[in-house]
Ligand binder design. Structure first.
Ligand SMILES: *Cc1c(COP(=O)(O)O)cnc(C)c1O
Length: 375
């Protein structure tokens, strides 16, 4: 089955094979391996030794986003003592909404910034919102909005955040591994968060952040949670070694990431991987247009990770039925949509290339014919 979903993505058999063994997480050799893995990720993110640290947390991407929000954004209840904060979140799509939801559930004050869903985030809008409310301590932004397919610009937005003396939480979950990021060039970043199962082309089960050590030392005990306290996680690393876990970690997926990073290096690194994804997306975009379907974004705004394409205009259209019929031809796409109008959501990332995409386009065309959606 060819999975064209934006995570968990298709992986190479060697990556899955690396998880096919029993591993004792507490074993000293395993701890050292995990420590090496985290060093590799810190370097990949542009993090500086003794300034930045990469840390893993069990659970999916939402877990590390919640941990970053809880650890760094001061809770509303502190407001009385003048220490309260707030997080400004540009409403760029579903993933921005999810960040708002988990921040509110953690009793952090959320300031929603309405933005156009079909445009990259405007730094001037962030500038104005931060100027208008000096009590906002953080900006939470999505690098690659996996619901719209648009790539936003953390460099331009981060510069504004830095100029205002505020901090940033960057959701790079569907970006890291392909889109460029250099945390050393982002002094405003408190946490850059990602997972292993998207552009890193590894297995799901844990999430990661790269954060400045100085901030982790400042923020001890503020998370209102032990599980989600990144400052506590950092202290544990100081006491027991950087690869030590506080709770049983998903050690098999963690071991597999080593192999996935070897493959990323062999491919030529994130820049070369990004070019493959761009080529995949070009084939997908052209293919959808050739089938007579209408992409939701103009070509110039279409990012390389995922595309939304409008469904054929027909009262009989049923996405779940279509997805099941397409599956019988060996291709799996998302069975939910992220646009108001009926659409399909198709990923272009993972251990796949142009021929896989072309095969998928053919299968989509055949399925449209089979169900009578193409004349
Ligand atoms: C995938 C993703 C997440 C995390 O999703 P999980 O299902 O929790 O792993 C967060 N943000 C973005 C932009 C994503 O694409």
């Amino acid at each position: 089955m060819l999975l064209l979903i934006p995570g968990p993505v298709m992986t190479h058999p060697d990556v899955r094979a690396a998880a096919d063994r029993d591993i004792a997480p507490w074993d000293q050799a395993v701890r050292e391996e995990i420590g090496d893995l985290l060093t590799r990720l810190r370097i990949m993110a542009g993090g500086v030794v003794d300034v930045h640290v990469a840390m893993p947390l069990p659970g999916s991407g939402h877990f590390i986003i919640e941990a970053a929000v809880r650890t760094f954004v001061p809770p509303e209840k502190d407001q009385g003592q003048g220490a309260g904060g707030g997080i400004l979140i540009p409403a760029s799509g579903q993933y921005a909404q999810r960040m708002m939801r988990l921040a509110r559930a953690a009793a952090r004050r959320v300031v929603e910034l309405p933005v156009a869903l079909d445009q990259p985030l405007d730094p001037a809008a962030v500038d104005a919102a931060l100027a208008a409310d000096p009590t906002i301590t953080h900006l939470g932004m999505i690098y690659s909005e996996t619901s719209t397919g648009i790539i936003h610009d953390p460099r331009a937005v981060g510069a504004v955040v830095h100029r205002h003396g505020r901090r940033m939480i960057l959701d790079a979950v569907s970006a890291f591994g392909a889109l460029p990021i250099d945390v050393a060039a982002h002094p405003e970043i408190d946490a850059m968060v990602f997972t292993a199962n998207k552009c890193l082309e590894s297995l799901p089960g844990f999430s990661l952040c790269v954060s400045p050590i100085a901030r982790l030392l400042e923020r001890r005990g503020h998370a209102d949670s032990w599980s989600f306290d990144l400052a506590d996680l950092y202290q544990n690393g100081l006491e027991n070694g950087p690869g030590a876990a506080r709770f049983t970690p998903p050690i098999q997926p963690m071991a597999a990431l080593h192999t996935a990073l070897d493959r990323l290096d062999a491919e030529g690194g994130p820049t070369v991987r990004l070019r493959r994804y761009q080529d995949n997306m070009a084939a997908l975009y052209d293919g959808m247009v050739a089938l007579g379907l209408q992409p939701c974004l103009p070509r110039a705004l279409q990012g390389p990770i995922i595309m939304n394409v409008l469904a054929p205009q027909s009262d009989a259209w049923d996405l779940k039925l279509f997805v099941e019929a397409l599956k019988r031809r060996g291709v799996l796409i998302s069975n939910f949509r992220n646009t108001e109008a009926p659409s399909m959501r198709i990923g272009a990332i993972g251990a796949i290339g142009r021929t896989d995409i072309e095969q998928a386009v053919t299968a989509i065309g055949q399925t449209l014919d089979e169900l009578g959606f193409r004349s």
